[in-house]
Each structure stands twice: as C-alpha cells, then as structure tokens.
Design a protein around this ligand. Structure first.
Ligand SMILES: [Zn+2]
Length: 659
C-alpha cells in the first residue's frame, strides 16, 4: 500500500485543519482495502470561537452514514470535546443515552449524527485520529495465530486489543488500556477482528502512519507467499441456471416481504472462490468484521441445487441463529440471504436496491480474498457468532439501516425497456429509475451503453429483431439484476408513407418484423422470468393508428394492430400467472428520434399549420411529450393499475376519432 498524499493538493488547503481532515479522509476512502462504503471514521480536534465570542475545543467527527471517499466538511459533526471526554469517565452509559448525549454535545443542529466512535476519538490525545477496517490487518487477526503474527509484525509501538463492541464499551476499553501509556510511544492501535487506529498532531503523519501499518501487514502476506493466493475460475451460465437464479430471487423476496434485487457474480475471483473444496464450510464461518453483517448477514447461503431449496434452508438456519441469541425482546430481521455461494458457479448477491447491491458485492469480493488469506494462515476464523449477533441486532446499527425513510414505489424491481436510447424508450428508462426500479435498457444504438447511470441501468446493444440477441439480453438482465418484473416493449419504426397499391413485400415485412414480431419474441423470452417476478406487468407501446388509422401507413398500422391483438390474447393467457399486460396508444410525440425540424416543418406545412399548432393539434391542445407517455407507462406498471389487464390507454391529447 502506498501513500496517496500529494504535496500540491495539500498545500492548497493551507492551515485549515478541517480542510486537511477532509483531504486525508478522502485519501483513506479512495483505498477500498482500507474502508468500504461508510466503514471507518476520522476526526480532528480544533479550537473555534463561537458566536458569543467564547473559545471552545471542538472535535469534528465523521457523521454517521457518510462515506470517507466522498466526505466533505458538512460530513463532520462539531462536538464539544470536553463533554465527550467526561462521558468517557462514566462507569457505564447505555446506547440510547450515549446517542442522546452525542447529539446534545454537537454545536450545530444541522450537522449529521456524530459517529458512535466519537467518545473514543475524543480520548485520544492527538489532533488527528484515523480509523480503518484494513483488510490485511483484520484478515490476519482472523487466523489461529493472528494475534502473535500481528505482535511480531508491529512490535511494541502498536497496542493490540481484543475485540469488544464498538461504541462506549470500546471507548472504555481503550481508555483503561492507555491510562498509563505514553502515547508518544505508540504508532497505532489494532483492534483484533475490527480495525486499526492511528493518531498524530499532523494530518499527513496520521494518514501515512495508517498506510505504513497496513503496508507492513500486506508485506507480511507477500513474504508468506499468500498475497495473491485467491483462486480464479470460469463458468458459463446455462439457461436453467438463470431460471434458478430468478427462482431464488423470488423466494428471497418473499422472505424479505418486498422486492429484492439479485446478482450472479461470474467473475474469475467469484467462480474460483466458489470452487474451493471446503467452500460450504468457509463461507459460513462468519464475516471479516462484524460491521459487514448489516449488509451481508453473518453467513453466506450455500446453493446445493437449482430448486431454490437453498433459500428455505438459509432462512431456517437464520431463524435458529436468532433464537439461539435472542433475549426475548428483539424482533427477528428478515431471513433472506444477502450473499450466496454456488459451488463451482460463482457468487450471488441480494439487496433491496442497486446501491446496496453494489455494497454487498464489494464487501463479498473483499471477504473472499480475506478468507483465502485466513485459510492460508492456518484456517479462517471469524468472531464467535454471539459477537456478530450483538452487532447485527445493536439498536444503533439497526437505526442506520432504517434511516432511508420513504422507499420509492418501484424499489427492488427490475424493468426491461427496448428502444431505450431515444424518445419514449429513453423517457421510460428515466421515469422507471426515478420510481426506484433498476432497468435493463436495450437499443440497436450503441449509445445506450453509456446514456444512463451505471449503477441502476444496464445498457445493452441489441437488435430486437434477432431472437438470439434477445435471448442473450434477457439472460444478461437476469444475471445482473436477478429477474424481470416489468417489460416495456417499445422499439419501433415509422416507415415512409406509402399507399397499399405501392407497398412492397420487403417494406411490409420489415415493419411487421420490428413493430410486431420482435415484441412477440421478446414477450415469449421474458414470460418464464415474468412468472417468477414481483407483481409482473408488461406494457406494449402501440399507436393511435390502431383505433384511428391514417392513409399511407398500412405497414405501420397493421403491425401495431397485430401488437394490440397480441396484448389482448396474452392478457387472457398470462392472467393466471398474475402477469398484467396493457397497451398505450401515443400519438404525435415529436421529441423522438424519428422527428427532426425539417420533417416537422414539412408535415405542418402539409396540413397548412404552424409547427406549434401542428404539435398541439388535439382535443386538449396540448403537446404530447415522450415524458408524458413514459409517465402513463410507469403508472400502468405500478400498483394503481393492479386490476387492469388487456387494456388500451390513449396518450394522444384527445383524438376526436378515438373518443
Ligand atoms: Zn470500526
């Protein structure tokens, strides 16, 4: 591990201690093997003059929920140092009392809640304090001779402390252990099974001491020849594997009580790990550090077959674990797995939304490396499950998870949208993402791969008239997000106006292929997954031309009429599986790829209208936009239309021939 300190960047911060604190916190956050997603915390002690002119010693401590990689000054809570130091002297302090006192000691009511480690930071007599959960150090401590190895690596200048719960108990432990110690003689403190603390008057030294301590642990793993011991492997997903994944996701969602996303990790590292001989054993020994349990649960689910039975077994084991440690006052959390190992086939992740899914995936990838280090050092050992349980059910940690009040309507759901790079399709992707869904966006235009936020949208180039490409895209969708709940079949073209007498076979075929057959093929490929989906719904984007055709558009109108008839037949067939399917009939949507200014002016002129009058040439005199159509599509996907199937909804501003 190397220092990322940059003299030029640091010079720009001047003497501003909080700016320095932000800077080195971000440096720590940039290294995922030090801290992952909200892990770790940092602080700086400084003296400030308050509005009354009094000077106060203030501890700026990382706010709960902030991520070191992206933290700003607003992410630090200014708390009264003396108050925190006095709290450390109390013989005992309950969690709720501690949190109340931490908030009360904060001088800015708008600041985030101080980290639960605020008291510990306060009693360390150095201006800067850095705390990480460094993989290498924690992994070594999770092996049979871990403590001895760490003592060997660090000698006398690092204090090693056994694991205790974070929060007040940890602050007390450190206070007692350091009461007679000369802090000048210490470079850091290692908390076994938890992490590392460094402290110094100077931001750079504090940060570089952390890097140096972690580097020594990493060097040790290199000297032992196990630094790169993680096994690699390869597996090619089969059709029935992908269905099994969707089935497991359905069962996990049932346990969770809400839709869940799932992901199948087929990376070389995940497959290699899953192929280890004793994978079922090592994947169920426990996490790298108890903190991870909140995202990953204590153990991984071990997949034994393609029936989904593993989810039921995991839930039974989770309930047993809860019963073993429950004091009678706790409520059992949902028993759905968050991580799974599929022996020889890779790893599985489950989470309520895309951000959390990424967190689970990142933690799992660091965990499998640490577990293999632990194995190479004589056998991976996690903390006893009692300690893990205590943290998993710690009220302060539970509060962190609940803070996301008001989840969006489509959270945890997966939508597949075609023709997604422009117009109505693109607007549908945006609208579905806004409602909390994850989207697989297909388009023949390669731009679709980079148009949308990567964490919530998987953009895939796909020619929907090629059934093989469709099949592959559907599989990729399920591998990436776990299933398909919503299908918005939108891709289409509007061929040049041609009277029937002049319509060529080729022009008719090409319209039928894209505007009708491709939708049928896509629906057919998705049905097995929709059957396993959460409140599944399909919306076909048809056209006003179905109820109110115009001359010259036979190829287009006939294809859209066939598509509408498909909706009616499919509604009858799929209703028994709870799958709803409806059509929207948009008209005169001009903000799409097929309309440019010249075409618009020519069409308007043909009707003897200005462009504006042409755009609003409907009963409501209102322009119909892609966003309006998307809004109707999303509504049809949602619970407002839970009792509607086989319906046709006009989105045309009102058309006299339709009304
Ligand atoms: Zn920690």
């Amino acid at each position: 591990m190397h220092s990322l300190w940059n003299d030029r960047e640091a010079a720009a911060l001047g003497d501003d201690l909080l700016a320095q604190r932000v800077y080195t916190s971000q440096l720590l956050g940039r290294e995922p093997s030090l801290v992952l997603h909200g892990g770790g915390n940092t602080s700086v002690k400084t003296r400030v003059r308050n509005i009354l002119g009094d000077e106060e010693d203030i501890l700026y401590i990382k706010g709960s929920g902030w991520d070191l990689a992206t933290i700003s000054a607003a992410g630090f809570a200014p708390t009264r140092l003396r108050t925190l130091q006095r709290l450390a002297m109390l013989p005992s302090l309950s969690d709720s009392d501690m949190m109340r006192e931490l908030k009360a000691a904060c001088t800015n009511p708008a600041a985030p809640t101080p980290s639960v480690e605020a008291i510990l930071h306060a009693i360390m007599p150095a201006r800067f304090v850095d705390h990480t959960h460094a993989d290498a150090v924690v992994a070594i401590s999770n092996s049979p001779d871990g403590e001895a190895i760490l003592r060997d690596i660090y000698g006398e200048r690092v204090l090693l402390l056994p694991y205790v719960m974070p929060g007040f108990v940890l602050a007390q432990q450190v206070y007692a252990a350091t009461r007679d110690i000369d802090w000048q003689q210490l470079d850091g403190i290692v908390l076994l099974h938890h992490g590392v603390f460094t402290f110094h008057e100077d931001a750079k030294t504090c940060y570089e001491n952390m890097v140096a301590l972690v580097d020594r642990a990493e060097q040790y793993l290199q000297r032992r020849g196990i630094w790169s011991c993680a096994r690699q492997g390869q597996y090619c997903a089969q059709d029935d594997d992908v269905l099994a994944l969707a089935r497991m996701r359905q069962q996990a969602a049932a346990l969770h009580g809400k839709p869940l996303l799932a992901r199948w990790d087929l990376s070389a590292g995940a497959v290699g790990y899953s192929a280890l001989d004793n994978i079922a054993d090592i994947a169920t020994r426990g996490p790298v550090t108890p903190d991870h349990t909140l995202h990953t649960k204590r153990t991984a689910m071990v997949v034994s077959d393609k029936t989904g039975e593993a989810v039921t077994q995991f839930a039974a084991q989770y309930h047993d674990y809860f019963t073993r440690h429950d004091n009678g006052k706790l409520t059992c959390l949902d028993a759905a797995p968050r991580v799974g190992v599929w022996p020889g086939c890779g790893m599985l992740y489950f989470a309520p939304n895309a951000k959390r899914l990424q967190v689970v995936q990142d933690i799992a990838s660091h965990t499998r490396r640490a577990v293999q280090w632990g194995e190479a050092l004589g056998g991976w050992q996690a903390l006893p499950e009692k300690d893990i349980f205590e943290l998993e059910y710690w009220e302060l940690e539970q509060a962190k998870l609940k803070s996301s009040a008001g989840t969006p309507a489509l959270e945890g759901k997966v939508a597949l949208v075609t023709g997604a790079a422009s117009g109505i399709g693109r607007a549908c992707v945006d609208a579905l993402v806004r409602e909390g869904a994850c989207v697989v966006a297909l388009d023949i235009n390669a731009a679709v791969t980079s148009l949308f936020p990567a964490i919530t949208v998987l953009g895939l180039m796909c020619d929907v008239t090629d059934t093989q490409q469709l099949r592959s895209a559907v599989q990729q969708a399920v591998v990436h997000f776990g299933g398909i709940d919503l299908l918005v079949s939108n891709a289409g073209i509007f061929p040049p106006s041609t009277p029937v007498a002049a319509l060529s076979d080729a022009a008719l075929d090409s319209s039928l292929k894209l505007n009708f057959s491709s939708h049928l093929a896509l629906l057919r490929e998705c049905i097995p997954f929709l059957q396993l989906g959460c409140d599944p719904a399909v919306v076909m984007v048809a056209s006003k031309n179905v109820p109110a055709p115009g001359p010259g558009a036979a190829a287009y109108s006939c294809a859209k009429a066939a598509l509408t008839q498909l909706v009616r037949v499919a509604a009858l067939e799929l209703g028994q599986h709870g799958i709803r399917i409806n059509a929207v009939h948009p008209n005169a949507v001009f903000d799409t790829g097929i309309w440019d200014d010249a075409t618009l002016q020519a069409r308007a002129a043909a009707y003897g209208l200005t462009v504006d009058a042409y755009k609003t040439n409907n009963v409501l005199r209102r322009e119909v936009t892609s966003a309006q159509v998307a809004s109707a599509v999303v509504a049809l996907c949602g619970s407002s239309f839970a009792c509607t199937t086989g319906a046709q909804l006009p989105v045309d501003g009102g058309n006299e021939r339709v009304i």
